[in-house]
Design a binder for this molecule. Sequence first.
Ligand code: ATP
Ligand code: MG
Length: 453
Amino acid sequence: MQNLLIVDDNDEIRRQLKWGLSKSNYELIFARDGVEGLNMFKRHSPPVVTLDLGLPPNENGIEEGLRCLGEMLRMDPTAKIIVITGNEEKDAALQAVRLGAYDYYKKPVNLDELKVMIDRAMYLQNIESENQELRRQSVNETGIVGECPAMQAVFTQIDRVAASDVPVLVCGESGTGKELVARAIHKKSLRAESDMIPINCGAIPENLLESELFGYEKGAFTGANKMLKGKVEYADKGTLFLDEIGEMPMTLQVKLLRFLQEMMVTRVGGRKEIPVDVRIITATNIDIQKAMEDGSFREDLFYRIGVMTINLPPLRERGGDIELLANYFLKSVSVGQRSTNKGFSQEALDCIKGYDWPGNIRELENRVKRAVIMATGPEIMPEDLGMKGDEAMRQKLQMDDISLKEARLLLERDMVERALDKFSGNIVKAAASIGVSRPTFYDLMKKHGLKNA
Ligand SMILES: Nc1ncnc2c1ncn2[C@@H]1O[C@H](COP(=O)(O)OP(=O)(O)OP(=O)(O)O)[C@@H](O)[C@H]1O
Ligand SMILES: [Mg+2]
């Protein structure tokens, strides 16, 4: 049953409504004045409210009624509020509607008429909240949380490229969600029924990468006792996700390019050309432009894979999403570990919002997970997140899933920060103290967004 809140100071009207609506399908909640009305609203979140505008202390005025209306809409902008006015208050009614009331009803109350109005408001509210739920789910079908404009642009790009077969290059710092975006594109594409096969070009030794990608024939090399298909063949009809493409050795870049031009696989030690039908998504956290300039990445390959580029912003540039994501992770781990529903303390939130997040979303996820385990008090504190005091660095470096790259970045930033502090911003001394040149020190400050105190 749905809640219907009735706010009216007139005993007679409340009695009349109670009697008249008792057979309706609503759970009736009554309040005699604005304060009680707001309390009930907060407690029961009714989708529909009837609100008498003339409430005490001044039953002949409309101030208290309008105040309640405003408060309720602030708490729940989707609530449908029907204001009930005296006969002479047409202007007041219109004013209320302008402020966001759903409709108005003039006294004396005709129960049948009012009931129709309430039913319609309930109906509308249901449809609207169903729609909202659908929209919420469709954001979540990709698993990517984000409301900031930069991420909205990313969602638009995902939708735009998903339907076609164009290669997509996803760029972004470590932990910004590149793989998540690749999966989202695949899931939304016409290839969703087939698999997305990921391969990390940076993690596999050069001599193994080729056979990993293209497979090998029996007897291709010592130990090749039987034929093995490569990832590319497994990705047939689906998507091939080449992660950390920027780390791919030159010799393989050539082979990959040849494959992309012909869409034919030749297994190592074989001659047969096997046609495959794959969509290519690549990702990198290095600056490809720069890699091309210094000759470690082939331009012709870039023009093949980078037809469409999606740039993922670092977490520190996502504004309110930081808090949104923190709460999202808190909720998802809390459910998994059945821990009490702890929230973040104000101090913890301040730390989260003020932090630089060099490890981006992955770091945030890890810290929140850890905090849920660590927190002993009723709220999560900065210490639980490992974000305070001298302990912070040690804890940071001990986190479970931290990569060497992230650890290096963290340590680097920490050392530069400490040197700046220690020598009160004297760059020459600070640079000397950690054994780097002054220009290098400036580069490091810039890289980590540190300012001279
Ligand atoms: N916008 C987001 N909403 C929810 N979870 C996210 C979001 N972005 C990233 N994540 C989560 O953060 C973690 C890191 O994401 P992912 O592995 O996609 O990043 P990446 O850019 O590929 O990182 P790396 O460069 O280290 O490979 C994953 O657990 C992922 O689910
Ligand atoms: Mg990745």
